[in-house]
Design a protein around this ligand. Structure first.
Ligand code: C2E
Ligand code: MG
Ligand code: MG
Length: 914
C-alpha cells in the first residue's frame, strides 16, 4: 500500500490528485487513530508529534459538545455526515463527521474523514508554494513507520527512519528487521504488543543505535491497535532522534547527581522545608546534627521561622551530651515546581569555641592587672588595656597612635632604648625595667617584657609589651634591704652591714697597705638608765649617742650599732699619722657631755676597745673579738676609758673564760665553801660577829681568791646563786652556834650590786632567815661604795626594805671609793667598815691615823658603829681602842676559817669571856 505521506516524502514523484484523511476520536475528544495521510496533515503543523491540530480539535470539540448521539443512536446516525470546509495551511479541506458505535469500548466514537486537493496544483499562491516547500522539507525528516497485519504485514518506514537507524533504504525493512535493527531494544514493545491485549494504547520507549555516523539515541512513539481478540492489528510509529535531548538529559542527570552529591556531602547541614516548615529533605550532615535519620526528620516541623534571608542560632545537644552550636540561614527556593525553603545549618561550634576563647583572652587582657601595650612595627600604639590607663593615667584614646616614649622620664641611661629596639627588631624578647613618668608627672618603675609578634611569613608586625608597676615592690625591697642592713632605732648600719664594710675595708687595705682601725664602744652602766628611766628613755639616749658619733666622725668611717649599747666604728684605710688615741679621747669626751632628754639631764660615759688590722687580727671576727677584749679591759678600769688591744689581754681574757667555766662547775659541785672571820668587840675582846667569806679550791687550778672569782661571778650573774648559798650557809652555821653558845652572834655577808638588782632578793633572803629561825638583826649585809655609785632607785628601795625587815646594813671598804658623805646619810647603815688599806700604815702614818680617826668619829657622828678591818697588830688594836672604834677584824685575831675550825675559836673566845 502506498504511504499516505508519499506525496510529501517524495515530492519529485507525480502526486495523486486528492487525499482521503481519517481521524477517530473517543467521546472525550482523545484521538484514537489517524490515517497516515491525516497524520501527515497534522504533521504539517507539528511534524514530530501525533497530535490533533488546533483546527481539527475545535471541529471535534464542537461536534462532541453539540451533536454527540448516544451509543444506541449511533448506528442510526451512521449516515449523518457533516460537511465542513476548512483550510489547513491554506490547503482547502473538506471534512465529514460520522458517529460510530464501538461496542468494544462501549462508547460512541467520532470518525472524521476529509479530503483535500492535490497539493501540487498550480493554484497555490507563491506564499502557499513556499509553505508547501517548507512542509516538504520538514516532512523529509519525518521518521514515520507503520505496520499492518491485515494488510499482509505491510511494514512501511519513511526514508528518515532508515537514516536514523543507519540502514540502507534499498533494503526495505520488515517489522522483524526493524525491531532487530533496534537491537531488540524494542522487545518490550513486542511484549507490550502482546500483553496489552484488547486495548489501543500508546507506547513510548527509547533506545540506542550504533550507526556509521555514530551512536544515536532514538525515541519510538507508537500507537498499537488490537482487535477484539486482543491480537495486534496495526502499529503506527514515529522515531525521534533524541540524541541531543538524551545528551542534555544525561547532562541534567549528571548535574542532578552532582547536585545531589553536593547536597549529601555538604559539610553544612541542609534541610529543605515545605511551606509549612516541615522537612522535605535532610542531608547527612543535618541528620548528624539532629541525631535523627532522614526518615525520622522527614515531615517533621522543626519550628524554623520561614522568612526571607533570616539567620538564627541553635544549640543542639548531642547524644554524648556535648553541645553543637549551629547557625541556620533560611532562604526561599523553588523546589519541584512549588515553593520551599532551604535551611543551611553551619556548625559553628569550633568557631564559637574559638570566639569564646578569644573573648576570654580579650577579657583577660583587658582586665589584666599588668599593663599591656600593643604597637605596630613602627612603634605606634594600637592597643592599651585598662591597667595601662590606671597605671599611667593616660586614657586609651590619648595614646592610640602615639609612641610609648610619651612615658619616658629621661632618667634611663644612654643607649638604653637603642639596645631595646635592636633586641626586639632582631625578633628577640627584651626584658628590663623602665623608670617612667605618669601623666601626672609622678615617676614609677615598670618591669617590662616586650615580644615581637610575627606573621605567617615570619615578618614582625606587632610588638606586645607586658608591664608591671613595680614601684611599690622596689620601694618595699629597698625598705627591706634597709631594714636588713640598718638598725631600726638609730638608723646606723647594723652588725651585718658593718661586718661587710669591715671585710671590704680589709680587702682594700690589703692592696694599699693601710691599716684598718676597729673601735668597739660600749656605754657604761647603760642598764641602770634602762632600769631607772625606762626603756624608751634608754632608746632616746642611744639615738642621741648615735647622733653624736655621726656628727663627730668623718663620713668615710662606718658607725654601726651592733646591739644594745654597743657601737662599732670602722676607720678604713687609716694612714699613718691618724692618732687613734686622740680620736678615742675625743669620742669619750663627746659622749660624756651631759645629755638632756625629756627635761632630764644625764651624763653617760663609754668604754672603748681598739683593734687594728693587720696587727691585731686579719679577719673581721678576730678584730672584733680583740676590740671587745680591749673594751672589757677599759670597763674593768672603771669605764670612761679606752684601751688599745694588747696580746696579753687575750691571755687574761682566756683566763677569765677558763675561770668562768670552772666556777660554774664549782657551783654545781658545791666546791665553794664559806669561811668565817671573827669580828671582835674591842672593849671586851669578845667575838660579837663573823664575816662570811667565800672560798674556792679548784682541783685543777688550786685556791682561787675572791678577788679573782667574785668579779667573774658578778659579770656572769653567777653571783646571785652564789650569794644565796653564802647567806643560807651562814645562817645555818651561825644559828647553830648561837644556840650552841647562847650568844647573840651576828654574821656579816657581802653583797654584790647584781644581787641588789634581783627583784626576788628580799623575799628569798627572808625565806632563808625563816627557814633557820634566824633573827633578821643578826644578819648584817655589807655593801660597797662602788655598789652605791651604780645606784638605782630599785636598789635604794631594796636597801630600805631590808632595813625595815630588821636586817642590818654595813658600808664596806669605806674610804676606797668616793667616800661621799651623802651616801652615809642617804642609806640606813648601822655600821661603817674602815677599809683595811688605812690600817696598814698605822700607827706610824700620822695622816692615816688622822683619817681613821676622822672616819670613826664621822661614823659615830652619824649614829653608826665603826668596824675596822685588816687589824693585824697589837698597835692597831691599841690605836683603835684609843679612838673609840667599837669593833675590829683581822689576822691579829684570826684569819677567815672554815666552819669546823672556827668552832673551837668560838668556844674558846666566848667561853673565856663567859
Ligand atoms: P671584804 O668584804 O672587805 O673582806 C675582807 C677581806 O680582807 C677578806 O679578803 C679578808 O680575808 C681580808 N682580811 C681580813 N683581815 C685581814 C688582815 O688583817 N689583813 C689583810 N691584808 N687582809 C685581811 P678576802 O676573803 O680575800 O675577800 C676579798 C673581798 O672579796 C671581800 O672584801 C669581799 O668584798 C669579797 N668577798 C669575799 N667573799 C664574798 C662573798 O661571799 N660575796 C661577795 N659579794 N663578796 C665577797
Ligand atoms: Mg666585807
Ligand atoms: Mg672590806
Amino acid at each position: 500500500m502506498p504511504s499516505p505521506l508519499q506525496p510529501f516524502l517524495e515530492p519529485s514523484r507525480p502526486q495523486p490528485a486528492s487525499e482521503t484523511l481519517t481521524w477517530l476520536f473517543t467521546p472525550a475528544g482523545q484521538l484514537l487513530l489517524a490515517s497516515p495521510s491525516a497524520q501527515q496533515l497534522s504533521l504539517l503543523s507539528d511534524p514530530y508529534a501525533i497530535i490533533v491540530p488546533n483546527w481539527l480539535q475545535q471541529v471535534v470539540e464542537r461536534a462532541l459538545a453539540t451533536d454527540r448521539p448516544s451509543l444506541e443512536q449511533a448506528p442510526q446516525v451512521e449516515n449523518l455526515r457533516v460537511a465542513l470546509v476548512t483550510e489547513v495551511v491554506h490547503i482547502p479541506l473538506t471534512l465529514e463527521l460520522q458517529w460510530l458505535a464501538d461496542t468494544d469500548s462501549g462508547s460512541t466514537l467520532l470518525l472524521v474523514t476529509g479530503s483535500c486537493q492535490d497539493l501540487n496544483q498550480s493554484l497555490l499562491s507563491d506564499w502557499q508554494q513556499l509553505q508547501f516547500l517548507e512542509a516538504q522539507r520538514l516532512s523529509h525528516k519525518v521518521s514515520y513507520w507503520s505496520w499492518n497485519r491485515e494488510q499482509a504485514n505491510q511494514f512501511f518506514a519513511a526514508p528518515q527512519v532508515y537514516v536514523l537507524l543507519g540502514q540502507d533504504s534499498n533494503q526495505p525493512l520488515t517489522l522483524e528487521t526493524f525491531l532487530q535493527s533496534c537491537r531488540g531494544s524494542l522487545d518490550d514493545l513486542q511484549s507490550a504488543a502482546t500483553s496489552l491485549g484488547n486495548q489501543r494504547s500508546h507506547w513510548i520507549g527509547d533506545f540506542q543505535v550504533h550507526t556509521a555516523q555514530g551512536d544515536r539515541w532514538l525515541e519510538c512513539h507508537c500507537l498499537l491497535h488490537h482487535d477484539s481478540e486482543g491480537q495486534l492489528i496495526s502499529i503506527v510509529g514515529n522515531l525521534k532522534d533524541i540524541t541531543e535531548e538524551h545528551h542534555i538529559l544525561s547532562l541534567i542527570q549528571d548535574s542532578e547527581a552532582r547536585f545531589q552529591a553536593v547536597l549529601e556531602n555538604n559539610p553544612n547541614g541542609i534541610l529543605i522545608l515545605d511551606e509549612q516548615g516541615e522537612v522535605l529533605y535532610a542531608n547527612s550532615t543535618a541528620e548528624q546534627l539532629f541525631g535523627k535519620s532522614h526518615r525520622e526528620l522527614k515531615g517533621k516541623y522543626l519550628g524554623f521561622p520561614l522568612s526571607f534571608n533570616i539567620t538564627i542560632h541553635l544549640d543542639l545537644v548531642q547524644s554524648d551530651r556535648s553541645l553543637r552550636h549551629v547557625d541556620v540561614s533560611i532562604v526561599p527556593i523553588p523546589w519541584k515546581q512549588s515553593k520551599a525553603y532551604l535551611a543551611l545549618l553551619t556548625d559553628v561550634t569550633n568557631l564559637y569555641q574559638t570566639q569564646q576563647r578569644l573573648q576570654l583572652l580579650q577579657e583577660a587582657t583587658e582586665k589584666s592587672p599588668v599593663s599591656i601595650v600593643i604597637t605596630n612595627r613602627e612603634g605606634s600604639i594600637e592597643y592599651v588595656n585598662q591597667a595601662f590607663e590606671s597605671i599611667t593615667g593616660y586614657s586609651a584614646q590619648e595614646v592610640i597612635g602615639q609612641n610609648p616614649r610619651i612615658l619616658q622620664s629621661g632618667l634611663m641611661p644612654l643607649g638604653f632604648y637603642q639596645n631595646l629596639w635592636a633586641t626586639i627588631t632582631a625578633g628577640k624578647i627584651w626584658r628590663g625595667e623602665f623608670h617612667n613618668r605618669r601623666k601626672n608627672g609622678e615617676l614609677f618603675w615598670e618591669r617590662t617584657s616586650i615580644s615581637p609578634v610575627k606573621d605567617l611569613a615570619g615578618q614582625i608586625v606587632h610588638f606586645v609589651a607586658v608591664k608591671e608597676d613595680v614601684t611599690e615592690q622596689k620601694r618595699n625591697r629597698e625598705l627591706l634591704d634597709h631594714q636588713a642592713n640598718y638598725d631600726g632605732l638609730t638608723d646606723l648600719p647594723n652588725r651585718t652591714l658593718a661586718l661587710d664594710r669591715l671585710r671590704q675595708a680589709i680587702a682594700l687595705s690589703e692592696r694599699s697597705n693601710d691599716a684598718v682601725v676597729v673601735m668597739l664602744l660600749d656605754l657604761d652602766r647603760f642598764k641602770n638608765v634602762n632600769d631607772t628611766l625606762g626603756h624608751s628613755y634608754g632608746d632616746r639616749l642611744l639615738q642621741a649617742v648615735a647622733q653624736r658619733l655621726r656628727y663627730s666622725l668623718p663620713r668615710e668611717m662606718t658607725i654601726s650599732r651592733l646591739g644594745g649599747d654597743e657601737f662599732l666604728i670602722i676607720c678604713p684605710s687609716v694612714e699613718e699619722g691618724i692618732h687613734i688615741e686622740k680620736l678615742s679621747q675625743k669620742l669619750l669626751q663627746v659622749i660624756s657631755q651631759p645629755i638632756v632628754i625629756e627635761a632630764e639631764e644625764l651624763v653617760i660615759t663609754a668604754s672603748i676597745g681598739v683593734a687594728c688590722y693587720p696587727n691585731d687580727g686579719s679577719t673581721p671576727e678576730v678584730l672584733m673579738r680583740n676590740a671587745d677584749t680591749a673594751m672589757y679591759s677599759a670597763k674593768r678600769n672603771g669605764g670612761n676609758d679606752f684601751q688599745l688591744f694588747m696580746p696579753t689581754m687575750n691571755a687574761a681574757a682566756h683566763e677569765r673564760i677558763q675561770l668562768e667555766t670552772h666556777l660554774r662547775h664549782a657551783l654545781e659541785q658545791y666546791q665553794l665553801k664559806v669561811f668565817y672571820q671573827p669580828i671582835i668587840n674591842l672593849e671586851d675582846g669578845r667575838v660579837v660577829g663573823l664575816e662570811a667569806l667565800s672560798r674556792w679550791h679548784d682541783p685543777q687550778l688550786g685556791n682561787i681568791t675572791p678577788d679573782r672569782f667574785i668579779p667573774i661571778a658578778e659579770e656572769t650573774g653567777l653571783i646571785v646563786p652564789l650569794g644565796y648559798r653564802v647567806i643560807e650557809q651562814a645562817c645555818q652555821d651561825v644559828a647553830k652556834w648561837q644556840q650552841q653558845y647562847g650568844q647573840p652572834l651576828w654574821v656579816a655577808v657581802n653583797l654584790s650590786p647584781r644581787q641588789l638588782r634581783s627583784s626576788r632578793f628580799v623575799q628569798t633572803t627572808l625565806k632563808i632567815l625563816n627557814r633557820y629561825d634566824f633573827r633578821p638583826d643578826a644578819l648584817k649585809l655589807e655593801v660597797t661604795e662602788q655598789m652605791l655609785m651604780d645606784d638605782t632607785a630599785s636598789a635604794t628601795q631594796m636597801l630600805y626594805t631590808l632595813h625595815e625587815q630588821g636586817i642590818q646594813l654595813a658600808l664596806d671598804d669605806f674610804g676606797t671609793g668616793y667616800s661621799a658623805l651623802s651616801y652615809l646619810r642617804r642609806y640606813p647603815f648601822q655600821s661603817l667598815k674602815v677599809d683595811k688599806s688605812f690600817l696598814s700604815d698605822l700607827p706610824d702614818s700620822a695622816e692615816s691615823c688622822a683619817l681613821v680617826k676622822t672616819i670613826v668619829a664621822m661614823a659615830h657622828g652619824l649614829g653608826m658603829q665603826a668596824i675596822a678591818e685588816g687589824v693585824e697588830t697589837e698597835e692597831h688594836v691599841q690605836f683603835l681602842k684609843e679612838i673609840g672604834c667599837e669593833y675590829a677584824q683581822g689576822f691579829f685575831f684570826s684569819r677567815p676559817l672554815p666552819a669546823a675550825e672556827i668552832e673551837p675559836f668560838l668556844a674558846q673566845s666566848i667561853g673565856s669571856i663567859s
